[in-house]
Design a protein around this ligand. Structure first.
Ligand SMILES: NC(=O)c1ccc[n+]([C@@H]2O[C@H](COP(=O)([O-])OP(=O)(O)OC[C@H]3O[C@@H](n4cnc5c(N)ncnc54)[C@H](O)[C@@H]3O)[C@@H](O)[C@H]2O)c1
Length: 251
């Protein structure tokens, strides 16, 4: 039961939801790989996890590049001998209305949010197949339901949900589960920096009347990554304070 002694890669864990998830996996006994494209962020989170008594390694890599994704998987196996859990968390947004959206805005968001998880999955699955064990958790977004000015972001996350469902079926007989989390509004520095009146409206629009915290996503990851969660695959869970139950357009 749990994630004790499992080896877990969390992409984009140099900040935000990924950082909280990496810390929670370490606190629950997993050996954690902190990945980010920004070296200083990797160093900072590695130090925090070490200080908390966790076993951790840092890997600076751009997950949207095949050679870097493959090299990370190899490095992890060289250090820890296996890869049990992959959390495809790294993600970016470039929000604009359709007529302002450039080809570059489209490509970069799709490359990081959708191609990245594909490349990492391809890099780790051979090891997971050999071990006859794997847990892949993809971090999508409630925005995949659709949102104005987020055509690129919503499409990348919708694609990630479809990718997860397809992988769940393809890998089901290899004892590898693939699931998705669709977070709603989560309290991050970006949220804190919003004007007070906007924050007030956002809180009011939540069925719970609250904003989620990064650890709420970490709990979801711990559930899907658990040794005992072998009968749970191809699922997407909304962690959004109930907002997915409302119309996707209710702000
Ligand atoms: N924060 C929210 O409210 C929220 C809501 C829904 C979904 N999400 C999703 O959760 C995930 C984490 O979001 P967050 O708010 O913690 O974001 P964040 O910006 O705090 O963290 C994302 C990290 O990913 C890293 N990163 C970016 N491109 C990368 C690449 N090519 N390779 C490796 N690392 C890369 C960044 O440097 C950053 O440290 C994202 O996929 C995001 O779309 C967040």
């Amino acid at each position: 039961m749990g994630v004790q002694n499992r080896v877990a890669i969390v992409t984009g864990s140099g900040s935000g939801l990924g950082e909280a998830t990496a810390m929670m996996l370490a606190q629950n006994g997993a050996k954690v790989v902190v990945n980010d494209v920004v070296p200083e962020k990797v160093d900072q989170v590695v130090e925090k996890i070490k200080a908390a008594g966790g076993e951790v390694m840092g890997v600076v890599a751009d997950i949207s590049k095949k050679d870097q994704a493959q090299a990370m998987a190899k490095q992890v196996v060289e250090r820890f001998g296996r890869i049990d859990i992959l959390v495809n968390n790294a993600g970016i947004s470039r929000d604009k209305g359709l007529l302002k959206l450039t080809e570059e805005d489209w490509d970069i968001v799709l490359n990081v949010n959708l191609k990245g998880p594909f490349l990492l999955t391809q890099a780790v699955v051979p090891y997971m197949k050999e071990q006859k064990f794997g847990r892949i958790v993809n971090i999508a977004s409630r925005a995949y339901l659709g949102w104005p000015t987020q055509a690129n972001y919503a499409s990348s996350k919708g694609g990630l949900v479809s990718f997860s469902r397809s992988m769940a079926l393809e890998l089901a007989k290899s004892q590898i589960t693939v699931n998705c989390i669709a977070p709603g509004l989560i309290r991050t520095p970006l949220y804190d920096a919003l004007p007070e009146n906007i924050k007030e409206n956002l809180v009011k629009s939540q069925p719970t009347g609250t904003i989620g915290k990064p650890e709420d996503i970490g709990y979801g990851v711990l559930f899907f990554a658990d040794d005992d969660a072998d009968y749970v695959t191809g699922q997407t869970i909304f962690i959004c304070g109930g907002k997915s139950v409302l119309s996707s357009l209710s702000v």
